[in-house]
Design a protein around this ligand. Structure first.
Ligand code: A3P
Length: 297
């Protein structure tokens, strides 16, 4: 999967008030017009919230366990990424992949609520939103920029820290993203799940997701799914650890996609001053919401 052409690092472009990469800006008209089907299931997240983890959980649930499809097809081929464009040879855009995909389809997006194609709401699709605390996301997203040639340069840790707080990163402000989805969770069929909760009690959360998707699984199958989707299993599984992803999109030769998989790694990266600054901004930005996160377990 080594790419034959260099992919230039992309500029950030404004799409209806949300910073995305320039190529997504170019194809956004097609994304907006995407025609969802009633049995499509959308997995929506801010980047680094545990998207890949939830995809594996959802796909295992709907297939009733760890089937051959799950063990032989890379995750990114089973779940097209809605706003991803065709960057290089061997990668189709999300919209093109979805066109040829049999139903029921699993669709991945990092779009904030207001940019999700209207047809998902018109058709009453089920949506799972995974949210993760901002401090761990910030660290994870910083490292992810290093292995993702299509994202802009992150700059230094201090640079990225400021970009993140100001919302000047791809897919925009974490604050707007998590609160935007939180505010509409009861207006649509949206299940709002926390990364920290899955890590703390995977059995309970897998069961909750299964119930939401309308599946009843026996205890043994749930246990099997929890085991298959544990960090250590997914880290070593070529179908989930991004080693089958074309390197023009994610290059795990630089460092692994499955990095730490913990709650609280931010403590190894935030300075005392940064933590204070972060807390102040956090209080200001989250003052009006009932949404609460845990930054340690
Ligand atoms: P870290 O960089 O903190 O390790 P996404 O899929 O949304 O890009 O999220 C990636 C983050 O989720 C990474 O976080 C990755 O290690 C973590 N992750 C992936 N699978 C996981 C699992 N099974 N258990 C816990 N964390 C997982």
């Amino acid at each position: 999967h080594t790419c034959t052409m260099d992919v230039e690092r992309q500029r950030i472009c404004d799409v209806k008030g949300v910073p995305l990469i320039s190529s997504m800006h170019e194809i956004f008209g097609r994304v907006e017009k995407f025609q969802a089907k009633a049995d499509d299931i959308l997995i929506a997240t801010y980047p680094k919230a545990g998207t890949t983890w939830m995809i594996e959980i959802m796909d295992s649930i709907r297939q009733g366990g760890i089937t051959k499809e799950i063990t032989t097809i890379p995750s990114h081929e089973r779940t097209p990424f809605l706003e991803l464009i065709s960057f290089c040879f061997g990668v189709s855009s999300g919209v093109d992949l979805l066109k040829d995909m049999p139903s029921p389809r699993l669709v991945k997006t990092h779009l904030p609520f207001q940019l999700v194609p209207q047809s998902f709401w018109d058709k009453g699709c089920k949506v799972i939103y995974v949210a993760r605390n901002a401090k761990d996301i910030l660290v994870s997203y910083f490292f992810f920029h290093k292995i993702t040639p299509i994202l802009p340069h992150a700059g230094t840790w201090d640079d990225f820290f400021e970009s993140f707080l100001s919302g000047n990163v791809v897919w925009g402000s974490w604050f707007d993203h998590v609160t935007g989805w939180w505010d509409v969770r009861e207006k649509h069929q949206i299940l709002y799940v926390f990364y920290e909760d899955i890590l703390q009690d995977p059995m309970r959360e897998v069961e909750r997701v299964a119930r939401f998707l309308g599946h009843t699984l026996d205890n043994g199958t749930i246990q099997e799914i929890v085991k298959h989707t544990s960090f250590n299993m997914m880290k070593d599984n070529p179908m989930t650890n991004f080693s089958r992803m074309p390197t023009c999109i994610v290059d795990v030769r630089i460092s692994p996609f499955m990095r730490k998989g913990q709650v609280g790694d931010w403590k190894n990266h935030f300075t005392v001053a940064q933590n204070q600054r972060f807390e102040e901004e956090y209080r200001r930005r989250m003052a009006k919401t009932s949404l609460r996160f845990r930054t340690e377990l």
